[in-house]
Design a protein around this ligand. Structure first.
Ligand code: FES
Length: 106
């Protein structure tokens, strides 16, 4: 798909798993939550640290920044607790013929 970054196939990223891909200079954290895929900017809104370095809790749908403990909703990007207050950018995900795609649409 033109203008989209290939993430992988649905058999490579199973429920509960995640992967980081790049769309140009943009790191994107893609997670499989119970069979649905979500994509967020892989960057904490507190001090721009990479979110994928911290634990991804697929059961709760939350990623925690390893630097100071801010938590974000993986489905919406919403900040759930300080010290981050701004949401993380959320990106579109498409699955076409078993291949997952995402892109920085900002
Ligand atoms: S950089 Fe993420 S909580 Fe501080």
């Amino acid at each position: 798909m033109d203008g989209w970054a290939r993430v992988g196939t649905i058999s490579e990223i199973l429920p509960g798993e995640h992967r980081v891909v790049w769309d140009g200079d943009t790191p994107i954290l893609v997670v499989n939550l119970e069979g649905d895929f979500y994509a967020l900017l892989d960057q904490c809104t507190h001090e721009d640290y990479e979110l994928s370095a911290g634990p991804v809790d697929a059961d709760e749908g939350v990623v925690e920044c390893v630097l100071h403990g801010a938590r974000f909703d993986l489905r919406s990007g919403r900040a759930l607790c300080g010290p981050a207050y701004l949401p993380v950018a959320k990106f579109p995900v498409e699955v076409v013929d078993g291949v997952i795609w995402t892109r920085d649409d900002r």
